[in-house]
Write a protein that binds this ligand. Sequence first.
Ligand code: ADP
Length: 745
Amino acid sequence: MSRDRFHLQKRLVNAGLLVAILLLGSTGVVAFLNARQWQTTQARVQHTYDVLLALERTKTNLNAVANAQQGYWLAQAEHSGSRLFWPADQASLEQMQQSLAQLQQLTADNPAQQARLQAINTLWQDYQALYQAQVESSAAANQLAAGFSARDAARDTVRLPLTQTHQIHDRLQQQLVALLNQMATTEQHLLEQRTASTAQLTRTANAILAIAYSISLASLAAIYALLRREASKRQRAEANLRRSEHKFQSVFDELYEFAALLTPEGILIDVNQAPLAFAQVSRDAVLGKPLWEFPLWQQRPELTDIAKTAVSQAAAGHLFHTEVTFDDASKQPHTFDVSVKPIYPSQSERVVWLIAEGRDITTQVQLRDALRQERNRTLQLINSSVDGIAAFDETGTCTVWNPAMETLTGIACDRALGQSGVELFRSLVPDSLLQPLHLGTTDTVTTFDFSQPHPQTGQIRVIEARYSPLHNGNTTVTGGLIVLRDVTRQRELERLKREFISIISHEIRTPLSSIRGALGLVAEGILDDDPQTAKEMLGIANTNIERLVRLVNDILALNRLESGQVDLKHQWCPAVSLVQQAFSSVEALATAHQIRLEATVPDDLWVWADPDWLVQVLVNLVNNAIKFSPPQTAIVVTANAIASEATIQFAVTDQGRGIPADKLQTIFGRFQQVDASDSRQKGGTGLGLAICRRIVQQHGGRIWAESEVGQGSTFYFTLPWPREGRGKRQDAGFCEVEESVIDGG
Ligand code: ADP
């Protein structure tokens, strides 16, 4: 039944009851008033009967008076002075007087009757007067003439004859009777009126009562029907309630989870079977006791405290929720998700019950811990990765940003997490690359490179980015992963490799072609008759083979230096000794070119270097100087300590053709030559200066050239000059040289 309908029925019942009560009340009032009216009317009717009775009595008394007087008169007539009938006469007179007095009293409220009674009294006075006169003069019976009044007769003491007296007497009596009859008629009429009025009143009252009772009965019947219907409905509702209560109790008892109903004070009102079975305790043993006295909460003191806190918190209207560990009967720990929640009746702020629940989450906790460990391991892996790793959810929001990512992008983890991936990469990657990625939603793997200056050094780095989608076990994309890798060195090596292959192929092919050409001519016997030319051809082949050998040696040396395979063996060496060794190597060449070799090197100047590699530098520089100098010129090698810079500076100066200013830097690159014909004409490989630079750099120094075209060139290089070695002579098994100036020319 709807709430509205229920209220309507309630109002109907109340209205019906009110109507019935009002009607019954009014019926009672009407009945009461009617009874009073009837009583009044009955009193009046009774009064009328009393008046009629008094009138009858008066008439009877009047007759008695007449008879007594007649008797008395007759006795007097027979025997004067006789007292016969005297007592009867007196008694009847007295009764007559009483009757009249009673009539006077009974009709006091009726003026018309009073008037008649007045007339009766007057007649009665006359009647009495006549009688007195008769009594006082017993001989006057014959003196009374017709038409005399009794009073006149008494006043005049006229004695009328007895017959006449009788006649007057009778006439007075008749008049009295007539008046009394009139009064009786009036009273009779009144009686009829009052009786009729009473009957009318009774009928009206009966009608009202009948109507009121009918309506009341109808109302009560309706109410009864309504209440009966309600009662049957309520019975059905109660039956349903009992059924659902039974169902609820069954479900409650069979619940796998722990459930209990408590008072706000924590007293157990009901508890289901699961916790009882777990704790191996009976329901009766725990009901009516506080929650914290339940055996599970008694296992450890801290559990008891938790139970008390839970109850007080829930009683204060707050949900309590925690995880606790209970031991089962075999002492195996089980983790439970426990909550205690306040229950309010509808639209009330007062807590009436508490519901305590407990769910065994041991398996989930184990899984959760395992997952957490796994996640930590994964995070450790991600965080220790040298590659930058960033993950995004399906909305493109960043969820992972490892330290390498910070290093590669310069964006801190704190700033990145929770940010849109597109916003994070906007400053790093052009929009044309970024937009098609659709971070977190696209299902395609994309790889691209971008450049980014190093946050600390500012050095431009090439970064390879690889975007790959993340799936949730099926084909649905649930996010994306971006992995960044610094490929600067890799790209540079690739570039160098490409360049190297291109150059080397050219550098090798040229001498090989010459060798093949020369040897081909000899091998085919074309020059059999020309041994001189054949010899020249073999000489060309030999020169090119030597060039190839140099080239291969230089490439290998440079490769060893660049790949870090060279382990320098530093030692203190006298600078002059190094220069001398270099001069020894190129002496023949210098002689051939008619070049003088000179050196100005202090005897006590010692350098901290790998002597083999440093001699190699000097040989290359002096070799170049010889190649590019005209005959009869000198090449001077100097070495000085520059204390202010803590370096030792070597210089190789020639008087050759010089180097254009725009080539002074590039000639230190691989296969770089001022003139393309240099390699052919001078037999160089274009790798000598590159090797020098690499050796000097590995010693911690630097190398450069100064030149004026047509005037000559000076190649400088420096070496660090460690403080502890200054001014010392170190014996490193090196041959000592006394001369300060070496003349190799
Ligand atoms: P190469 O084997 O060709 O000498 P290098 O690397 O030693 O290779 O030298 C590179 C180029 O620098 C030379 O080919 C030459 O053009 C130029 N060069 C080097 N030293 C001198 C110098 N002393 N005078 C003029 N040019 C020089």
